[in-house]
Design a binder for this molecule. Structure first.
Ligand code: GDD
Ligand code: MN
Length: 250
């Protein structure tokens, strides 16, 4: 671990990382993910803030977030809640508007995305001055753990279809563990039309269109232990529609 810390190339002390955590019914997961984020980011000596975007979770996620804010401080944990469930895509946009970092990291709050990968994202970004760094489950040591066959097929299928239709030149289109230069994210968001799950894919497809550089870091995606996925039949149908719209418009 310590060898990695010292091998990080010349870190710019002015860099600040805003981590966006969208939550909907994540009260069991939030304390652990926040604790892990603080651990890895502090260990790496990074400047950062964690922005929790809760969409009126009925399970009391926001109250848990308020407790965490007391523990870790208002400079580290920012709460930017919304009144009701308005979707993952707009949750990111909402969080981004409040971010003060020059880099923005987007990830799931259910521990499927492990904070231990963040120092690798940051290192990768610096290596190539990449505009965006995308975690990939479908390259190198990346992988998916804990999904049933149905869910694996959906993800593989969505990636395959999208690869064929859109040819974006990145190996994981539907993944959502990514680091962006803030200005790049703002520019992409302005151009993105989708609101739900297809948002992730549209972002990387548009990034390629605009000739932004994309670095990749293999990640292991571990299915959530607590709570359930919000990806249901409705999201799959709207993903399909979104894919067709993207195909038609790019
Ligand atoms: N604020 C807010 N509003 N957060 C939401 C909403 C919403 O409407 N819907 C979901 N979330 C939060 C969840 O609480 C979690 O932190 C994260 O967004 C991802 O939601 P999950 O429900 O856990 O998604 P998943 O595991 O089924 O899907 C994952 O894999 C997909 C395909 O690879 C996510 O990474 C997706 O973004 C990805 O497209
Ligand atoms: Mn999940």
């Amino acid at each position: 671990m310590s060898s990695r810390k010292t091998s990080l190339p010349n870190r710019d002390s002015e860099d600040k990382y805003s981590i966006l955590l969208p939550t909907y019914n994540e009260k069991e997961n939030l304390p652990l993910i926040v604790w892990l984020l603080v651990k890895y980011l502090d260990e790496g000596g990074f400047s950062y803030e964690i922005i929790v975007i809760d969409d009126g979770s009925p399970d009391g996620t926001l109250q848990v977030a308020e407790q965490l804010q007391k523990i870790f401080g208002e400079d580290k944990i920012l709460l930017r809640p919304r009144a009701k469930k308005l979707g993952l895509g707009t949750a990111y946009i909402h969080g981004m508007r409040h971010a003060t970092g020059n880099f923005i990291i987007i990830m799931d709050a259910d521990l499927s995305h492990h904070p231990k990968f963040i120092p690798e994202f940051i290192q990768k970004q610096k290596e190539g001055d990449y505009d965006l760094v995308s975690g990939t489950r479908y390259h190198g040591n990346g992988g998916v753990y804990g999904w049933d066959l149905r869910r694996k097929l959906i993800s593989r299928g969505a990636n395959f279809l999208s690869q064929v239709l859109l040819r974006p030149g990145a190996s994981d289109l539907t993944g959502s563990f990514r680091l962006y230069k803030r200005s790049v994210l703002e520019c992409l968001v302005e151009r993105c039309v989708s609101k739900g799950y297809v948002f992730q894919m549209e972002m990387i497809v548009r990034a390629r269109q605009l000739n932004y550089s994309v670095g990749e870091v293999p990640i292991s995606f571990v299915d959530r232990v607590y709570g359930e996925s919000k990806l249901g039949g409705n999201e799959i149908v709207s993903f399909g529609k979104g894919l067709i719209t993207l195909f038609a418009s790019t």
